[in-house]
Design a protein around this ligand. Structure first.
Ligand code: FES
Length: 104
């Protein structure tokens, strides 16, 4: 199982904010929803578009290219045209620092 790696400080990301990070050398996106943090692969499963600038709504992010929406908790697509999930990462917050690792 991969170790957690530090990806950001809590002070770097406001509620409703996002941050581009690397997890296990994969371009990823850290999103803060209220006081919860989610990390997902920053690549749409439909056609590879980065999700970096996608609209956030509740606990989901939309792909800016064709509008597929993904659940930030599970990575599952919530609407077409995506049919495959995106990867999600385990996130932990310790002493004001945010850590992530691939799910096993
Ligand atoms: S590339 Fe994301 S919905 Fe098509």
């Amino acid at each position: 199982m991969s170790e957690f790696e530090r990806v950001a400080s809590v002070s770097e990301i406001a509620p409703g904010g996002r941050l581009s990070i690397l997890v296990d050398d994969l371009p990823s996106l850290l999103v803060r929803v209220g006081d919860e943090y989610f990390a997902v692969e920053d690549v749409c499963s439909h056609d590879g578009q980065p999700l970096t600038n996608g609209a956030l709504k509740d606990c989901s992010i939309a792909c800016p290219r064709h509008g597929a929406r993904f659940d930030l908790r599970t990575g599952q697509p919530l609407c077409m045209p995506a049919t495959e999930p995106i990867s999600t990462f385990e996130v932990e917050v310790r002493d004001g620092e945010i850590y992530a690792r691939p799910r096993s």
